[in-house]
Design a protein around this ligand. Structure first.
Ligand code: ADP
Ligand code: MG
Length: 693
C-alpha cells in the first residue's frame, strides 16, 4: 500500500474537492496529515451518570425521562425541560429551539443527553445539551471511546472530523504505511509505543483512559509524539547548523596589539566570565567556518565590551565589522561607547541609520565600500541593498532575541560575499532559560556571562500601590535634591506609540509642576531621533534630574549615575521586560532602588509576578518564571511568527525530555540522515524552507 504521506486526502471516501480545499487551508493535504491532526481535548461519553451524582462543572451523559416542558418568557425566551431518572431531577435549558423540537418533549419520553452541568436558580441545569429522544424499545447507548474534539475550520463540524479520522484510521489499521521514523533502539522506555498505536489511542482513547492524564499531556501515547515532534524541531536546527558549519568564512588570528591597547585603556578589569567568553570567541574566529555564537548574560553583565574586543580582533586582521542594534537609541549608545574605546586606537568608525539621507549617506556608503570604515554601527539600515562592504568578516547583533531564526538567516545572507560568510555574534537582551535556549537556539553555540562586574549591589525593589503615589513623588524629590538621578517609566497596554507618548507627556507635565526645582526631561518613541539623543545626552551629563520615559528606554540605556526608577503600572508588562527596565539602574556604585507603582487592586497572578521582581534580581531566575507564566512565544518574542508553536509538545511542560531529545536528534542526524529528513518534513514542514536559505 502507498505510504500515507503520499496519499492525498481525496483518496478518503467522501472527501471531494471542496472539503479538500477546506482542509488545505489548515495545512492538511495527505492522509498522514489527517492522522496528525490530533484532538484538542476529549469528552467522556462512555458512561452514564446518575443525575443525583452530577456536579457543577461536570461534562456528563444522563439518561432520563421528560417530566415536563414549557416555554419561559423571561429576559430571554427559553425552553425549559425538566427531566428525572429516579436519582434526581435536572433542567435542560434551550434558547434556540423550533416548535417541532418543543413538541417532541412530551411527558414520559426517554431522552439521552450530553452537556456541561451548571448550577441554575432552582436546580442543576444543562444548557443546550446535545440530546436524542429514544423510543421505548431502544437501548440506551454510550460511546465506546472518549469523544475527541478537534480544532476545526469553517464548514467542518466535529462530526465531519470524526468521520474523516475514522476513515484515515481504518486505512492505517488496514496496513497503510505510516512510516515509523524514530529508530526503535533510540526510544526511551517510557515512550516505547508504536507510532500507529499512539496515533490510534489519541484519536480514539479507549474508555478506561484517564482524561486527566491526557489533559496533562502525560499519556505515553502523547509523550511518544511529543518526543518525535521535539526531535523533528531539533533536527531542523541541527541541520541548519550543519549547513552553516560547512560554509567558509574568514580565518582571523589571535587578538593582538589592539586588544592589548583596549585593555590598557578601560578603567576596569574584565570579569572571569567575560574573559572566558572572549576566549570562546577567539577560538571560533580562528576557524575556517563561520562562528554562530549567542552570548547570554544578565542585564549589566558587560556584553558590549566583549563585543568590542571581538571587533578589534577582526579589525586587526584587516577586516570590517558591522554592529547592529534594534533601536536608534541603542545604536547611538553603541556608537558613543565604541568611539570612546576605539578612536584612541586609531580606528575608523562609520554610522548608518535609516534617517541618514542624501550626500551624508553617500559619503558613508563610500567609506564602507572602500574599506576605509573599519567598523560600521547602526540599525537594520546596515543591511539595505546598497550598503556594500569591502571585506566584512564579523557581524555583531545586539539584543537580537526578539528576532526569529529566519531573520538571523536573512541577515547572514546579506553579509555573504565571494562565497565567504561572515562570523556572527549575537547578544541577547535578557537571559533565556536553558531549556528554551536548547530548543530555540540549537543552531547556535551558546556562551554565558554568568557573573556581574564587582561592586554592584542588587537593586532594591518595592511594590507600592498607586494610592501612595504622593509618597513616591516625595521620594523622587528627595533623591534628586541629593544629586541622584531617576527614571519615571510610563507604560500603556496599547501598542500605539502616540498614546504612549501622550501618557508620558502628561506625566512629565504633572511631575514638573509638583516637583519644583527639579529638572524633568521626557523621552518617548514619537520624538525625532535628534531630540531623543539630545535628551539622553543631557540626562547622561547630569543636566536632567528626572527622566520621564516610555518603554523606549527598555533596552541598553546606560547612565550609571541614575539610581532610582519608578515604573508605573508594572502589572502590564512581562517579567523580562520589567527586568530589562530595572536594569537601567544599579549600574553605578551607589545603592539603587526601584519602585513598582502598581494599580490596585492587584489580581492574584499579578501579585505573584510582581513579587518575583521584588524577591530576585537574577535574570535567569526571572526568565524561568516568565517562561512558566507566559510561555515560550512571549519570552522569545516570536509569538507572531509562530516559530515556537508546537503541535503536541509544550516546551515548558515537556522540558524534562529535552536533554534526551537533544541527544537523540544528534544521533539520528549522524546515523540516520534519511530519517532525519523525513522527521523534519513531518513535523516542521513548511518551516523547513528556512533551512534552505
Ligand atoms: P549589558 O550586558 O547589559 O549590555 P553593558 O555592556 O551595557 O551591559 O555594561 C554595563 C556597564 O558595565 C557599562 O557601563 C560597562 O562599561 C560596565 N562594565 C562592563 N564590564 C565591566 C567590568 N568587567 N567591570 C566593571 N564594569 C564593567
Ligand atoms: Mg547591552
Amino acid at each position: 500500500m502507498q505510504a500515507l504521506d503520499k496519499q492525498p486526502v481525496t483518496t478518503l471516501k467522501g472527501v471531494g474537492p471542496r472539503s479538500a480545499e477546506r482542509l488545505a487551508s489548515i495545512g492538511i493535504e495527505t492522509v498522514e496529515d489527517v492522522l496528525f491532526h490530533l484532538p484538542l481535548r476529549y469528552q467522556d461519553r462512555t458512561r452514564v451518570t446518575p443525575i443525583g451524582s452530577g456536579r457543577h462543572g461536570d461534562h456528563l451523559v444522563i439518561n432520563a425521562r421528560v417530566d415536563k416542558a414549557q416555554v419561559h418568557y423571561g429576559r430571554r425566551r427559553s425552553l425549559l425541560v425538566q427531566v428525572s431518572d429516579g436519582t434526581g431531577r435536572m433542567l435542560l435549558r434551550f434558547f434556540h429551539f423550533s416548535n417541532s423540537q418543543k413538541n417532541g418533549f412530551s411527558k414520559g419520553v426517554r431522552i439521552s443527553c450530553f452537556g456541561e452541568v451548571r448550577r441554575g436558580p432552582n436546580s442543576l441545569e444543562l444548557i443546550h445539551p446535545e440530546y436524542r429522544l429514544l423510543s421505548e424499545d431502544h437501548e440506551f447507548e454510550v460511546e465506546e471511546s472518549l469523544t475527541p474534539i478537534y480544532a476545526t475550520t469553517e464548514g467542518m463540524q466535529q462530526q465531519s472530523w470524526r468521520d474523516l479520522t475514522d476513515k484515515a484510521l481504518a486505512l492505517m489499521d488496514a496496513g497503510g504505511a505510516l512510516r515509523e521514523l524514530l529508530p526503535e533502539s533510540l526510544l526511551p522506555a517510557t515512550t516505547a509505543i508504536s507510532l500507529a498505536d499512539a496515533i490510534h489511542t489519541l484519536h480514539r482513547p479507549p474508555p478506561h483512559t484517564a482524561v486527566r492524564q491526557i489533559e496533562a499531556g502525560e499519556h505515553p501515547a502523547q509523550q511518544r509524539l511529543v518526543c518525535e515532534e521535539l526531535i523533528g524541531h531539533q533536527l531542523s536546527l541541527l541541520k541548519l547548523r550543519q549547513q552553516q558549519k560547512s560554509q567558509n568564512s574568514f580565518r582571523i588570528s589571535h587578538a593582538g596589539k589592539l586588544a592589548a591597547g583596549l585593555y590598557h585603556q578601560i578603567p576596569f578589569q574584565l570579569t572571569s566570565a567575560q574573559q572566558r567568553v572572549l576566549q570562546e570567541i577567539d577560538t571560533d574566529l580562528q576557524q575556517k567556518h563561520p562562528m554562530q555564537r549567542l552570548i547570554q548574560g544578565d542585564v549589566g553583565s558587560g556584553k558590549t565590551i566583549v563585543a568590542a574586543f571581538a571587533a578589534l580582533q577582526a579589525i586587526e586582521a584587516g577586516y570590517q565589522v558591522a554592529v547592529m542594534a534594534p533601536t536608534e537609541l541603542l545604536a547611538e549608545q553603541h556608537r558613543k561607547n565604541f568611539e570612546t574605546w576605539l578612536q584612541p586606537l586609531g580606528i575608523q568608525q562609520a554610522w548608518l541609520t535609516s534617517r541618514l539621507k542624501g550626500k551624508k549617506r553617500e559619503a558613508v556608503l563610500e567609506q564602507v565600500i572602500s574599506g576605509e570604515a573599519q567598523i560600521v554601527i547602526g540599525t537594520h539600515a546596515l543591511f539595505q541593498k546598497d550598503v556594500i562592504f569591502k571585506r566584512l568578516a564579523l557581524v555583531i547583533v545586539d539584543e537580537q532575541h526578539r528576532f526569529g531564526v529566519h531573520q538571523r538567516l536573512a541577515l547572514r545572507e546579506k553579509g555573504n560575499s565571494g562565497g565567504k560568510v561572515p562570523h556572527q555574534l549575537i547578544m541577547t537582551a535578557t537571559p533565556i532559560p536553558r531549556t528554551l535556549a536548547m530548543t530555540a537556539y540549537a543552531d547556535l553555540d551558546l556562551s554565558v556571562i554568568d557573573e556581574l562586574p564587582p561592586g554592584r549591589s542588587p537593586v532594591k525593589t518595592v511594590l507600592v500601590s498607586d494610592q501612595r503615589r504622593d509618597e513616591i513623588i516625595d521620594r523622587v524629590a528627595l533623591a534628586c535634591s541629593r544629586g541622584r538621578q531617576a527614571y519615571w517609566v510610563c507604560t500603556l497596554i496599547e501598542e500605539s506609540e502616540s498614546l504612549q507618548a501622550q501618557a508620558a507627556e502628561e506625566t512629565a507635565n504633572q511631575l514638573s509642576e509638583e516637583l519644583e526645582g527639579i529638572r524633568v526631561g521626557l523621552v518617548h518613541g514619537r520624538l525625532k531621533a535628534e531630540q531623543k539623543e539630545l535628551v539622553m545626552s543631557a540626562f547622561k551629563a547630569g543636566e536632567i534630574d528626572l527622566l520621564v520615559a516610555t518603554t523606549v528606554i527598555e533596552v541598553g540605556v546606560d547612565v550609571p549615575n541614575a539610581s532610582l526608577m519608578i515604573i508605573e503600572n508594572p502589572e502590564r508588562l512581562g517579567l523580562a521586560q520589567l527586568h530589562q527596565l530595572r536594569g537601567r539602574v544599579g549600574r553605578g556604585e551607589q545603592q539603587s532602588h526601584c519602585a513598582l507603582l502598581y494599580k490596585s487592586p492587584l489580581g492574584e497572578t499579578a501579585k505573584q509576578r510582581l513579587a518575583v521582581m521584588r524577591d530576585t534580581t537574577d535574570g535567569f531566575e526571572i526568565a524561568r518564571k516568565d517562561l512558566e507564566i507566559r510561555g515560550p512565544g512571549e519570552v522569545l518574542g516570536t509569538r507572531q511568527t509562530g516559530e515556537m508553536e508546537f503541535r503536541v509538545a509544550d516546551v515548558v511542560r515537556d522540558q524534562k525530555l529535552l536533554p534526551q531529545v537533544q541527544q537523540m536528534a544528534q544521533q539520528i542526524l549522524d546515523k540516520h540522515p534519511q530519517a532525519a529528513e523525513a522527521l523534519i518534513a513531518r513535523w516542521v514542514g513548511h518551516r523547513e524552507k528556512y533551512g534552505a536559505v
